[in-house]
Design a protein around this ligand. Sequence first.
Ligand SMILES: *Cc1c(COP(=O)(O)O)cnc(C)c1O
Length: 354
Amino acid sequence: MKHNFSAGPSILLPEVFEEAASAVKDWNGRGLSILEVSHRGKPFVEALEEARSLVASLLNLNEDYSVLFLQGGASSQFMMVPYNLLPANGTAGYLDTGSWSHKAIKEAKLFGNTEVLGSSEDSNFNFIPKGINAGEDLSYYHITTNNTIFGTEIHDIDNVGCPTVADMSSDIFSREIDGKNFGMIYAGAQKNLGPAGTTMVVVRKSLLGKVDRKIPTMLNYQTHIDKDSSFNTPPVFPIYVCLLSLRRLKEIGLSEIERRNKAKAKLLYDAIDSSSLYSGTAAKEDRSLMNATFVLNNNDLNSEFLTACEHAGIVGLKGHRSVGGFRASMYNALPIASVQVLVDLMKEFERTNG
Ligand SMILES: *Cc1c(COP(=O)(O)O)cnc(C)c1O
């Protein structure tokens, strides 16, 4: 048994792994694997519908919204959002909070004007700029709610004058959110929901059809809305695994999930804050509940620390190269027991090496 702190693809609930594995062999006693059934057949159409309606229910959506499961990763949404929502003479506002925001801004510039309404680049993205003024003149305001690489998270999402578009790839369903406060939400599945291969997209339908440009069929949200997310062959297996996670999330409830995530993060951050060997890299008030980034005050101990982690069965802890140090990703499926193993190891390592 490993304690998997990987940033993504990442840990899923044990019962999700079991049900998914069983469906690969024989999906619910049909004598067929989930990998070989038609995406137009009733069983999968029903599974897709159930997944879409669970997303709508968990996010408190109404009929103004459509839920899609697309391909191309969250990275394709960096392009599809401005393609569909940003007129050539329009302006979109962006909050610049890290590498993923940067990539989103780069794509938007291909389609219209962009305005960076706040940035923490000067301090290597270790905080979230606050008090953003995004007015009605903007086509939309794009935020990255959780910065997977830099370990910051937007804890209070402001309501602004224009539609908010949120990349929630790494904190989707980690807390209670009212989806109706957003114009769009998107999330690559592989951080908090399922395997790599599908991206959950939520669109407020009234935002579409306002740009003049021609949009290629596959890149047009309207295509996928009109065909109930099955214009072409959808990623059947990734969607099915998302459905298994969504069912558990619905059973447990997002308020309980949020409580657990806060408890896990507190356990780790308290250990970091009370130590003289470890330092968090993100501003305290903006620290992510999902990805905790920290460094050792003595860099000479870095590889020894990683080795000690490996011996304790702790994997996925190496930080992203742009921050260095370590990153503990504590997604929904990670049990608090794994965080306790990490915290115990950190304390023991400090005692013997501090
Ligand atoms: C991982 C990640 C992405 C990129 O997702 P892909 O599915 O690999 O394209 C985008 N945004 C955030 C916040 C991420 O964590």
